[in-house]
Write a protein that binds this ligand. Structure first.
Ligand code: SAM
Length: 266
């Protein structure tokens, strides 16, 4: 998959290709990452990419010509480029469904990272198809947001992650948060691994993990349960659970006292 990033700090994006799954995908040719620096499209000796805002006020604004020309150069070099996406706190919230859509559509997105107070509105009007936000907070620049999108999309590309099952079971893939994980040793600092995971009965383990996923989703992100489709047996099980924290505590006991996040224990 080809992804182009328009950025004043291409080194921040290039760094992604050095590490972990994204690095391996880039080295293996699964991810074809390119950067375009608006500074290379300036015409003055100072290579100016920003200017003061009309109407006054704080900060600087990214100028139209260098940014527009960098985006157009990226588009010209990317046959089949589908969408030009501006990373912005004012955009639609990026989520797993969008990451999957980008990964599956064989999209060739061009990601535009802003700096300063943002970009001149006319670039948005003429060059940008869609704005994406990675959350309700303001970063100093769009590079980290672009990195989030690239990382989330890359790990969904077939072959990027060694064991595809791990992607299928991740949080949000099934509409639930993922169940808790344990590895060796069996006991540490007085905390044990839930017995069910040691017995080797795969059906029993699957059932336990599913219920754990439902319980922790109900506790941490209850709104996700609204869209969940359960079979009759699990619908009844969920309906019969008391509304407050009790059942999860009940399960904690059968877990040997482990629930995962220390901050949630009382
Ligand atoms: N003045 C802008 C506003 O209030 O909407 C914020 C500008 S911010 C300091 C600079 C750049 O960081 C933005 O142009 C955008 O590209 C990026 N950015 C900041 N927060 C972001 C977020 N939550 N998601 C995606 N991009 C973000």
């Amino acid at each position: 998959m080809r992804i182009d990033v328009v950025t004043l700090f291409p080194g921040m994006i290039a760094e992604l290709m050095e590490w972990g799954i994204v690095g391996r995908a880039a080295r293996g040719g699964l991810l074809d990452l390119h950067t375009w620096n608006p500074r290379d499209y300036t015409r003055d000796v100072h290579r100016t990419v920003d200017d003061r805002p009309y109407g006054g006020g704080p900060g600087m604004v990214m100028k139209v010509p260098p940014l527009r020309d960098a985006i157009r150069a990226a588009r010209a070099a990317t046959p089949g480029a589908t969408r030009t996406i501006y990373l912005s706190p004012q955009g639609r919230r990026f989520d797993q469904a969008q990451a999957r859509a980008l990964a599956e559509a064989e999209a060739r997105p061009i990601l535009v990272a802003g700096r300063y107070e943002g970009i001149d509105e006319r670039v948005l009007e003429s060059e940008i198809d869609e704005a994406l936000s990675i959350g309700d907070y303001v970063l100093t620049g769009g590079e980290l947001a672009a990195a989030v999108v690239i990382d989330a999309v890359t790990r969904l590309l077939p072959g990027a992650v060694g064991d595809e099952d791990s992607v299928r079971q991740d949080s949000f893939a099934t509409g639930l948060l993922e169940y808790p994980h344990y590895t060796r040793p069996r006991e540490i600092d007085g905390r044990t691994v839930p017995e069910v995971l040691l017995r080797g009965n795969h059906l029993e383990i699957e059932e336990w993990r599913f219920k754990q996923a439902v319980l922790r989703t109900r506790r941490r992100r209850p709104e996700l349960l609204a869209g969940l489709e359960l079979d009759k047996r699990h619908r009844r099980w969920l309906a019969e659970l008391p509304a407050e924290d009790g059942p999860e505590r009940e399960l904690e006991r059968t877990n040997g006292g482990n629930t995962g996040m220390a901050g949630e224990r009382s």
